[in-house]
Design a protein around this ligand. Structure first.
Ligand code: WTA
Length: 649
């Protein structure tokens, strides 16, 4: 009993009185939201400027497609930029940008307004109309954020494609959305070297089968390297946008006007274009950025280390922070260029107060050793956050101690591309934290843990692991999958159709206190360094290689990246196994098809794959093999000897 209590005391971190006294969030928020959810969200929506106020909060009559604040009109970019200038904060730095080679730029809110206005004027000149789609394929430079905001300002729907994705991944996203314009850069810096990017766009949309939808490619000069060029189609940003007028008046759009598409991996090979709209999305991005990060405009220096290619970059670099008038650091490069001190130098240089990153990076810092952070003054930090995957308690404690010197609350935030904004997280200054638990749904959000038979698990019923489900609509929820509403319904709403719950695809459990522990994906989606990649996507890339007859891919646990991609492949008849050379070639095929992040850590060439009598590959066994575990039940296999032969590999 007493050891239990000590363990419990050690594993619970109560908010300090000092932090609580100044916190944006109050415990009463839970009660307020509970009493009247619609009134609660209406109040949150009023943080924004509405050109036409809304009278209706939620319309769920066409479930599962929600409408929030539907009769209201607003301009998302106006809310993120203009109104801060109009309220007298034009001189406040919005973006403190740090380039990879060491160059830097500060953009105030006035600068941002001028840049966004110029871009909006030029995009209008190009003939772009509200509702048109724009693909943005750029590294982390201020123009990427300007491009997103210019789209938002004009009611253009952006589709940001991570600049680490390959040209074929870019092409499929451009085609799916029928994007009219691609915005990119000549190249990007990666670990000190310029690498081409515009060339990848040309590969994607040019050649023998040009992308039919693309009319123009707008190119920002970043590295200065030579780039392929197609006159008439391609235009330089500095010759067009930079020459345009910096005066532009924002028009209001319907709250349900589509703001962006963001493609994410599903259980099949084809990425899904998740659709987000304007008013509800911005409301929740703004609210969560305020209460979860305890953000104080004009005082804090906020840094979210994500890339705009992922949803975290959308909601917590662009829309959340800018709507709340943040001063934020935006960093272009990797954490170890030129060396492992880089992030700590940036924290020190700009006096970062709020730092939001992924567990995989924390584990990488742990590996590099605490003498690196210890060599820097991190005393400005006052709040730390994590996102992307479950954080193991050991990494949580290290983060708390080494980054936060035991003083900073840590917010472990659970959410998804589909949820648009944070859903489950401690409220700093209010919630006790337990290392490894995202704790509780935020005020205004309601979730359930549901068992195999779709029964709701009682809060505090610790024995059962279940599925995480969201039982009530929320403002920033996805409104569909672009061009495939059936898939939207099948993927998220069929599992708990009777209850009408959203199926998140994650396993979860309650502990004895009712805190939520998210356990990771329950489908065939892997989580590699916090990035979602489906097994089917990688399998299809491998099978695309001429030597491969069949492939099975699993996510094996990995100390640093959370999961790592492990592939088992069967070669086509007559193909010679050249060992490392062939494996390297197959990894390259995956990089070409998807991007370097999807390259398998290990590829095993095997004579056979373990299959059940109904022909299903037994991934569980492959995982056992990859992780070096005792094999589970093999009795349903056609040929149990197959596994033994795999093991010998
Ligand atoms: C996982 C990233 C545990 C989860 C914002 C989810 C997490 C997927 C957490 C979404 C967390 C994200 N604890 N797991 N705090 N945050 N996940 O769409 O499996 O890239 O379904 O959105 O990441 O990944 P996505």
């Amino acid at each position: 009993m007493s050891t239990d209590l000590t363990e419990r005391a050690l594993s619970v971190y109560a908010p300090s009185a000092e932090f609580a006294a100044q916190a944006n969030a109050q415990a009463s928020l839970y009660q307020e939201a509970e009493e009247d959810r619609d009134a609660f969200w209406a109040k949150q929506a009023r943080r924004l400027h509405w050109h036409t106020p809304f009278s209706e909060v939620l319309d769920w009559s066409e479930a599962p497609v929600a409408k929030w604040f539907a009769d209201g009109k607003l301009n998302v970019a106006y809310n993120c930029v203009d109104r801060h200038v109009e309220s007298g904060h034009g001189d406040q730095v919005a973006i403190q940008w740090e380039g990879e080679p060491g160059d830097s730029r500060a953009l105030t809110y006035s600068d941002l307004l001028a840049e966004v206005s110029k871009a909006a004027n030029y995009l209008t000149e190009l003939g772009m109309q509200p509702g048109d789609r724009v693909a943005i394929y750029m590294p982390m430079i201020p123009e990427a954020i300007v491009a997103m905001l210019a789209c938002a300002r004009l009611g253009l729907t952006h589709s940001v494609v991570f600049a680490g994705f390959s040209s074929s991944a870019l092409r499929s996203r451009i085609d799916d959305a029928a994007a009219k314009l691609v915005i990119t850069t000549d190249g990007q810096f990666r670990r000190g070297k310029p690498a081409p990017l515009k060339a990848a766009v040309d590969d994607a949309i040019g050649g023998d089968t040009p992308a039919p939808s693309v009319e123009h490619v707008l190119v920002v000069r970043r590295t200065g390297q030579d780039t392929p060029w197609q006159d008439g189609r391609d235009v330089w940003w500095h010759e067009t946008v930079e020459q345009a007028s910096d005066q532009h008046e924002a028009q209001a759009f319907d709250a349900e006007h589509p703001l962006f598409l963001l493609y994410t991996s599903g259980t099949t090979g084809k990425p899904k274009g998740i659709v987000h709209t304007s008013g509800g999305y911005l409301t929740q991005a703004s609210y969560t950025h305020d209460v979860v990060f305890d953000h104080k405009p004009g005082k804090d220096v906020y840094w979210c280390t994500a890339d705009i290619g992922w949803v975290t970059g959308h909601s917590y670099i662009v829309y959340g922070p800018l709507s709340n008038r943040a001063t934020q650091v935006v960093y272009e490069g990797t954490p170890n260029s030129p060396n492992e001190h880089r992030h700590f130098e940036v924290i020190e240089k700009y006096g970062v107060t709020i730092y939001y990153t992924a567990p995989t990076l924390i584990r990488t810092f742990m590996k590099w050793g605490r003498e690196i952070p210890d060599a820097h003054n991190l005393s400005t930090l006052r709040l730390l956050g994590t996102v992307g995957e479950p954080i193991n308690p050991e990494a949580w404690r290290w983060y708390h101690e080494v980054f936060g010197h035991g003083r900073c609350p840590i917010v472990d935030t659970w959410w998804q591309t589909e949820t648009g904004a944070i859903m489950i997280s401690p409220l700093p200054g209010v919630t006790e934290c337990k290392p490894g638990s995202a704790m509780a749904p935020l005020p205004g959000i309601s979730v359930q843990i549901v068992d195999d038979e779709a029964r709701t698990v009682e809060r505090g019923a610790t024995e059962a692991n279940g599925y995480l489900a969201v039982d009530k609509p929320w403002p920033s929820m996805l409104r569909g999958i672009w061009g495939d509403m059936q898939r939207f319904k099948d993927t998220y709403w069929s599992r708990f159709a009777e209850q009408g719950y959203y199926f998140a695809g994650d396993g979860a459990k309650f502990d004895e206190d009712g805190a939520i522990w998210v356990l990771g994906r329950v489908d065939d989606v892997m989580n590699i360094s916090g990035h979602r990649i489906s097994t089917a996507e990688v399998e299809s890339a491998l099978v695309g290689h001429e030597a491969v007859a069949e492939a099975a891919v699993i996510g094996a646990s990995d100390e640093t990246t959370g999961q790592a991609i492990v592939a088992f492949v069967i070669l086509r008849q007559g193909v010679e196994n050249t060992g490392d050379e062939l494996v390297a070639d197959m990894r390259a095929a995956v990089a070409k098809d998807i991007g370097a992040i999807a390259k398998p850590r290990d590829i095993y060439v095997v004579p056979e794959l373990p299959k059940t009598r109904s022909g299903k590959i037994m991934r569980r066994l492959l995982r056992d093999v990859a992780e070096g575990r005792e094999l589970g039940d093999t009795s349903t296999l056609v040929d149990p000897a197959v596994v033994e032969s795999l093991r010998q590999k």
